[in-house]
Design a protein around this ligand. Structure first.
Ligand code: FAS
Ligand code: PHB
Length: 389
């Protein structure tokens, strides 16, 4: 089999890149390790930057998002029960869309099917070959039967644990990492959200987040030690802890219910440079991971896809390789700014076992500056709603 761009991974990065390239008449093949049902069973991000919204509309997958998604003008922050609102629209004229990553992925799958794009599931043992030549190729197996895909380029959209990043020789890769000493225990419940916008709560017991997917589907998180396991947390224990961390004012309208999904995600900041090696381009979580406090993970995948798809369109459309040559530098410039924002929000709102009294005071003061300074709120609003591409 032969194609122009081999895409490894059918998460948001891979499917969105395939969608944009196929719309431009550039042939792709997506190789996904898991089944479609497995991919769609994952509960991940919830907030879309406005640039992501516009890109999804350009990809022809904005209709259900515009019908079912919720446009938010702001969010609430609280520090030990003192709650205040950051009005994004007032501060920087922009908004965000609350629409789950699972739904984005579902819309992309449906659009790919309508286009007749090639997405191959249960592709195991994927390996990348001859990436520094002008004839790269990908080997994989289906049901144990060896397969070969010849291509012009490979897009590594296979996430943090994928095969693409490790294929770049260690001597070429520069990796930057910060592992946080805690994780997020998240649940999904068929209950109305506690508020009309998200609440990010800093508390001496630990961070909490009240989010949502729709008017009858809520998503909540609490910071937990890395030693905690999901089975350590009954629904009752989760709700009791959440009530201790969310502002009392909000808890008056908290409706609890059975969890329909419960998981713990560790938090880390990670970047690998460069995001290109020969004919391989890294995209999304394959190249970078952010702590979810800034709601940047999925949105950085979208900006990577925007830059790379533009590069391929220029190359295949006009023989102009400048976009492909400049992809890594351009993507990393935006990635590092999102890294900074995510690190800043995480450092400000979580309780760190190693923090002393001074560092705790600095956290409280960071929150107080956000509450009282228009300039600080403008900085947060610009970063949260998404820096320009
Ligand atoms: P993904 O990891 O989504 O997709 C990679 C795909 O490649 C997967 O389908 C995988 O099966 C496939 N793959 C892997 N190895 C392969 C191989 N060798 N061969 C073929 N296929 C292979 N972001 C937020 O903004 N907010 C959040 O709240 C949030 N919560 C998260 C919770 C968890 C547990 C995790 C892991 C991430 C979370 N994220 C969150 C970040 C997340 O949304 C990612 O940014 C987003 O999924 C990135 O999309 P992809 O780059 O497509 O990577
Ligand atoms: C979510 O709804 O899953 C979500 C929202 C905002 C975040 C992280 C997660 O910052």
């Amino acid at each position: 089999m032969r194609t122009k761009v081999a895409i490894i991974g059918a998460g948001p990065s891979g499917l969105l890149l395939s969608q944009l390239l196929n719309l431009a008449g550039i042939e792709t093949v997506v190789l996904e390790r898991k089944s479609r049902d497995y991919v769609l069973s994952r509960i991940r991000a919830g907030v879309l930057e406005w640039t992501t919204v516009q890109l999804l509309r350009a990809a022809g997958v904005g209709d259900r998002m515009d019908r079912e998604g919720m446009v938010h003008d702001g969010c609430y922050l609280s520090s030990n029960n003192n709650m205040f609102r950051v009005d994004f629209h007032e501060a920087c004229g922009k908004q965000v869309m609350v629409y789950g990553q699972t739904e984005v992925t579902r819309d992309l799958y449906d659009a790919q099917e309508a286009l007749g794009a090639t997405v191959i599931h249960d592709a195991e043992d994927v390996a990348l070959h001859d990436l520094e030549s002008d004839a790269p190729w990908v080997s994989y197996t289906i049901g144990g039967v060896p397969q070969r895909l010849d291509c012009d380029y490979v897009a590594g959209c296979d996430g943090f644990h994928g095969v693409s990043r490790p294929t770049i020789p260690e001597g070429v890769r520069r990796e930057y990492e910060k592992v946080y000493p805690f994780g997020w225990l998240g649940i999904l419940s068929r209950t109305p959200p506690v508020a009309e916008e998200l609440i990010y709560a800093a508390h001496d017991r630990g961070f909490a987040l009240a989010s949502m997917r729709n008017p009858m589907l809520s998503r909540y998180y609490i910071q937990v030690p890395l030693t905690d396991r999901v089975e350590d947390w009954s629904d009752e224990a989760f709700w009791a802890e959440l009530k201790l961390r969310l502002p009392e004012e909000a808890c008056k309208s908290l409706i609890t219910g059975p969890s329909i999904e419960k998981s713990i995600a560790p938090l880390r900041s990670f970047v690998t440079e460069p995001m290109r090696w020969g004919r391989l381009f890294l995209v999304g979580d394959a190249a970078h991971i952010v702590p979810p406090t800034g709601a940047k993970g999925l949105n950085l995948a979208a900006s990577d896809v925007f830059y790379l798809s533009q590069g391929f369109k220029d190359f295949y459309g006009a023989g102009d390789a400048a976009g492909l040559e400049g992809y890594s530098q351009k993507a990393l410039a935006r990635i590092w700014k999102a890294m900074r924002f995510s690190w800043s929000m995480t450092t400000m709102m979580h309780r760190f076992p190693e923090h002393n009294a001074y560092e705790r005071r600095m956290q409280d003061t960071e929150m107080a500056v956000l509450e009282t300074s228009d300039t600080a709120r403008k900085w947060m609003a610009e970063n949260y709603t998404g820096l320009p591409y």
